[in-house]
Design a protein around this ligand. Structure first.
Ligand code: SAM
Length: 257
């Protein structure tokens, strides 16, 4: 590797979302070279490091200890240590506790270097078959407060929408999505890169029926088609396409340019 490990630097290291071979050579080099690895779950990361033949000091960094850990890690960085942050899966900072550490490091003018790699949002999106030219990532929907407001705010969203969801909430969430977005095309991408990888495609009501009859297990991403022109009450003249209006300009009134 032509690179050298930089002192006083926070490396954001992407790790696999299932298949342990989905890791870049650069990520392996960085994990093997830094002074310290901050991991969301040290047991999960230890399995990966063992697979890679790397022995390194690990410190836990997760949602419930982040307020204590952030100042400790920033102090180590200020003293010149190199630190890699990793989470249980994928790219740290995307819907996981790494965001708070990264923001604090940026605020302290600590050098931050991203090491790109797997992320469930992109793997799910590209396998869905839905338009990828423009998309929005919504992460996890709020469980209670703000859920309906969030869904209402997305109703006229023309871009493909990507959500993360846990298996025990999938039926409720698909029910809410079907109620808000009707019979739009969607995909449920489950256990990506793992042995039981499965991608179910269909309308939202069809996916809801599918999860009711065969409840899916494991980790999952939901991808929903954006709002089509016909849903906005346009395109009824027969001359307009009923496809989603990806790539077209919408003015403030929602009319296409
Ligand atoms: N930072 C991670 C990333 O870059 O994808 C995401 C972390 S978030 C806490 C975990 C969520 O990602 C899961 O609940 C699931 O929605 C999604 N996810 C992670 N691994 C997945 C996989 N192998 N297949 C499908 N979804 C996955």
């Amino acid at each position: 590797m032509s690179e050298t490990i930089q002192s006083g630097t926070l490396y954001i290291v992407s790790t696999p979302i299932g298949n342990l071979d989905d890791i870049t050579r650069r990520a392996v080099f960085i994990l093997g070279g830094v002074d310290l690895i901050a991991a969301e779950d040290t047991r999960t990361t230890r399995i990966l490091l063992d697979h890679l033949g790397i022995k390194k000091p690990l410190v836990s960094y997760f949602m419930h200890n982040e307020m204590r850990r952030i100042p400790e890690l920033l102090q180590k960085l200020a003293h010149g240590l190199s630190v890699a942050v990793v989470t249980d899966a994928g790219t740290p900072g995307i819907s996981d506790p790494a965001f708070a550490l990264i923001r604090a490091a940026v605020e302290q003018d600590t050098r931050v270097i991203p090491i790109p790699g797997a992320s469930a949002v992109l793997a799910g999106l590209v396998a869905s078959g839905l338009p990828t030219d423009r998309f929005v990532f919504e992460g996890f929907l709020p469980h209670k407060k703000g859920r309906k407001t969030r869904l209402d705010s997305l109703r006229a969203e023309p871009r493909t929408i990507v959500f993360y969801e846990a298996p025990h909430r999938i039926e409720r969430t698909l029910g809410d999505l079907a109620a808000h977005f009707g019979d739009r095309q969607a995909a449920l991408a489950r256990e990506l890169t793992k042995k039981f990888e499965e991608i179910r495609r269909g309308t939202l009501p069809e996916l809801l029926e599918s999860v009711r009859s065969t409840p899916p297990k494991g980790e999952m991403v939901i991808i929903v088609a954006g709002c089509a022109r016909k849903e906005l009450g346009q395109g009824n003249s027969g001359s307009e396409s009923e496809d989603t209006h990806h790539g077209e300009e919408l003015d403030d009134t929602g009319a296409t340019a």
